[in-house]
Design a protein around this ligand. Structure first.
Ligand SMILES: C[S@@+](CC[C@H](N)C(=O)[O-])C[C@H]1O[C@@H](n2cnc3c(N)ncnc32)[C@H](O)[C@@H]1O
Ligand SMILES: Nc1nc2[nH]cc(C(=O)O)c2c(=O)[nH]1
Ligand code: SF4
Ligand SMILES: [Mg+2]
Length: 277
């Protein structure tokens, strides 16, 4: 299935109105993750993703995408309505959309610092100040066992999802495609070579570590710039406070053991899984 199938077409009436993007939410918050954690930022969340992580905390951009089409002018006007000089472009997978490049160029021209949150499978040339890359490990694959009635915390269950056509993790429909697309070493190397970057791995337990080490070894082999251990961040898996309470100390200990950084999920600590946070 082509990636664009997960997103409805741009409305005809917008065809002459210049570039637009499918926007799931746009809000002001603190950067919750990574080296810029705590920095007041405007978040622009595009809809649509080429992957389907079973744990995705942005379900309505991946498994069941919803959005409003917004022109770049409308997006920029909303961003300028907030008193921030950092913008985080996220998703879904924001680099699926070539119009994300237009948006980043417009933001750069206005002097904003831009972070792009990406799964690392797509490289585009754009004025990106920080590429926040989160390559997906095998433990993200939506196998039939990893479904909301299993490992997901109770409060993230959503009966509506089950009755909707999009709720197809149980039959493993996406497992194969996710598994084959989740790592693109060429795109990953191009991203780290082009941009200031951080590699932010979602970790549940020790079982994730061999794959991280292997991926880093492969990347260091092909990339023509150094990838330092301090560029590598371990982030506990958890879309809710309750789930993070189970994972974060274990992941913090793994960061110390392996000499990588730990990143909290400040927004989850502060606001749990509330939208627009
Ligand atoms: C929703 S994703 C959007 C950007 C891009 N698709 C990606 O995966 O990097 C934003 C960030 O949330 C992380 N994330 C998503 N669900 C998570 C969860 N349940 N626990 C921890 N991190 C999660 C992703 O790994 C990524 O770093
Ligand atoms: N506060 C806050 N910080 C974030 N950093 C990355 C996020 C994302 O979803 O990409 C995110 C988010 O959703 N909220
Ligand atoms: S790659 Fe990002 S947006 Fe896509 S399903 Fe995974 S966590 Fe969600
Ligand atoms: Mg988020």
């Amino acid at each position: 299935m082509p990636v664009s199938d997960s997103i409805d077409e741009r409305p005809d009436s917008d065809a002459t109105a210049g570039p637009s993007l499918p926007i799931n939410e746009l809000f002001y918050s603190l950067q919750g993750e990574g080296t810029l954690a705590g920095v007041p930022s405007v978040f622009v969340r595009t809809s649509g993703c080429n992957l389907r992580c079973w744990f995705c905390d942005s379900y309505h951009t991946s498994w069941e995408p919803t959005h409003a089409w917004m022109s770049l002018e409308e997006i920029i006007a909303e961003i300028e309505g907030h008193d921030a000089d950092h913008v985080v472009l996220t998703g879904g997978e924001p680099l699926l959309h070539e119009e994300s490049v237009d948006l980043l160029e417009a933001l750069d021209a206005r002097g904003y610092h831009t972070t792009v949150e990406t799964n690392g499978t797509i490289h585009r040339e754009a004025p990106i100040d920080l590429a926040s890359i989160s390559p997906k490990l095998a433990s993200s694959t939506p196998t039939p066992e990893r479904d909301p009635s299993g490992e997901m915390p109770e409060e993230s269950r959503d009966d509506e999802r089950r009755s909707s056509g999009a709720m197809n993790r149980e039959d493993g429909e996406w497992a194969e495609r996710h598994e084959s697309e989740r790592i693109d070493m060429e795109a990953l190397a191009a991203l780290v070579e082009t941009y200031e970057f951080q590699l932010k791995f979602v970790v549940t337990d020790e079982g994730d570590m061999p794959e991280i080490l292997e991926l880093l070894a492969d990347l260091r082999e092909v990339a023509d710039i150094p990838v330092r251990d301090e560029d590598v961040l371990l982030m506990p898996e958890g879309a809710t406070r309750d789930r993070l309470a189970e994972t974060r100390e274990r992941v913090a200990n793994l960061a110390m053991e392996y000499g990588f950084r730990y990143t909290p999920r400040l927004h989850v600590d502060l606001w749990n899984d509330a939208p627009e946070t």
